[in-house]
Design a protein around this ligand. Structure first.
Ligand code: UD1
Ligand code: UDP
Length: 375
């Protein structure tokens, strides 16, 4: 079986690391890896291939930032060319980025079956580019790997169970597979002298959603909340390039002169192994990242989500995650309420680290079934 996997953004490297390892152990499976180039800085791309031992991409398309239409369109054209050359049995896409959408669209137009990992998630907020990407990708896919029961229900509510040839599999979450596999390989990050002391209590922060970074009022409200919280709980924040651009243009100095660095320390993005190190030691996570919300849970840490809604509703339902949006008072209150919450994973609600086995089993099983039918 020949599979073309399309990835391009940081969280997709992490998800692919977990699944690719299992996929490539299977006899008769050939994976061709396509990197669209969506994320391109060394600390947003290459570092993950090195640290997580992901095999180097067979194709690097070099398609960097642009408007959504231009970026997705250029990816579509370039991925189509790869698919025509490689003639795979299946395309594999992850998550909800522009790379995901372009991969699914290129493959489905060529009648190549599409497998979507992290299918069925919904924020019900159509202003999010990710919501558009995931809805379209799900509709174009014929095997949908849902990380949670909620994701399965979302697809059922949209009538997916009635679509012929569509298979829905509740697989668990490959990010938990990654968290378990790499936990013991953690690496201590290099931090600036005089920055937050990570051997003491600290909160780990990330922020990159367009809905926060691209709306000046939201960005400034969130930063005002963070600055105030940091006086009680020092904060460490690896800054995403999108956010860095917005902070630069707002005159906030990443060289830390804008905040007391031992209280609120802004650093460049770190690798996954450094992130695992920080996740295992922080007291609380504050984020608008989808991946970080789950990783907080995998590493037993409470999370305050800097969004108005989340796709990972089961974490909010369990009391391990609280939605605080961008309002300064709400964020401060949420941190006060969440910081001592004890987080335990008793129900294995994300698959307990077996998602990749489940996905690979289903992919191989479906192909064998299709071959038997053709005979
Ligand atoms: C993208 C995804 C988002 C995902 C996030 C993960 C879309 C629509 N969005 O958002 O769903 O949560 O990745 O991190 O696909 N940049 C750099 N260096 C890099 C990467 C990006 O400077 O290595 C800059 C780009 O030039 C651009 C900005 O950051 O100006 C945003 O990058 P882009 O890939 O368009 O979107 P993300 O915000 O990263
Ligand atoms: N991450 C990382 N270094 C950082 C920040 C995040 O390795 O400096 C990891 C994080 O641990 C998680 C993933 O990147 O595994 C989340 O990606 P991101 O927040 O960019 O995207 P999202 O999950 O929101 O789509």
């Amino acid at each position: 079986m020949k599979i073309v996997t399309v990835i391009g953004a940081r969280p997709q490297f992490i998800k692919a690391a977990a699944l690719s390892r299992v996929l490539r152990q299977q006899k008769g499976v050939q994976e061709i890896l396509v990197h669209t180039g969506q994320h391109y800085d060394d600390n947003m791309s290459e570092i993950f291939f090195e640290q997580m031992e992901i095999s180097w991409p067979d194709y690097h398309l070099g398609i960097v930032a642009d408007t959504h239409g231009a970026q997705t369109g250029r990816m579509l054209e370039a991925i189509e060319a790869v698919l025509i050359t490689e003639k795979p049995d299946r395309a594999l896409v992850y998550g909800d980025t522009n790379s995901t959408l372009a991969g699914a669209l290129a493959a489905s137009k060529l009648h190549i079956s599409v497998a979507h990992v992290e299918a069925g998630l919904r924020s019900f907020n159509m202003r999010m580019p990710e919501e558009i990407n995931r809805i379209v990708t799900d509709r174009l896919s014929d095997i949908l790997f849902c990380p949670t029961g909620t994701a399965v229900k979302n697809l059922q509510n949209e009538g997916f169970a009635g679509f012929k040839q569509v298979k829905i599999v509740k697989s668990g979450d490959v990010m938990q597979d990654a968290a378990i596999y790499y936990a013991s390989k953690e690496q201590m990050p290099e931090l600036p002298a005089g920055g937050v002391a990570i051997e003491k209590e600290f909160g780990l922060v990330t922020l990159h959603r367009a809905e926060n970074t691209d709306v000046p009022q939201r960005l400034s409200d969130i930063f005002m909340a963070l600055a105030e919280i940091s006086l009680e709980l020092p904060l460490l924040m690896p800054v995403h390039p999108r956010t860095r651009q917005k902070l630069d243009s707002a005159g906030v100095d990443l060289g830390m002169s804008s905040f007391a660095p031992d209280k609120f320390c802004l650093i460049d993005p770190v690798g996954y192994l450094e992130m695992v190190f920080l996740l295992q030691r922080c007291s609380l996570v504050m984020t608008d990242s989808g991946g970080l919300q789950k990783e907080a849970f995998f590493f037993g840490k409470p999370c305050v989500t800097l969004r108005d809604e989340t796709e990972w509703v089961e974490l909010v339902g369990s009391g391990f995650n609280m939605l605080a949006g961008s309002n300064k008072e709400r964020i401060i209150e949420a941190v006060g309420r969440m910081k001592n919450v004890v987080v335990t994973d008793e129900d294995g609600m994300y698959g307990a680290g077996k998602a990749a086995d489940c996905i690979v089993g289903a992919l191989l099983g479906q192909l064998t079934h299709a071959k038997a039918q053709r005979r």
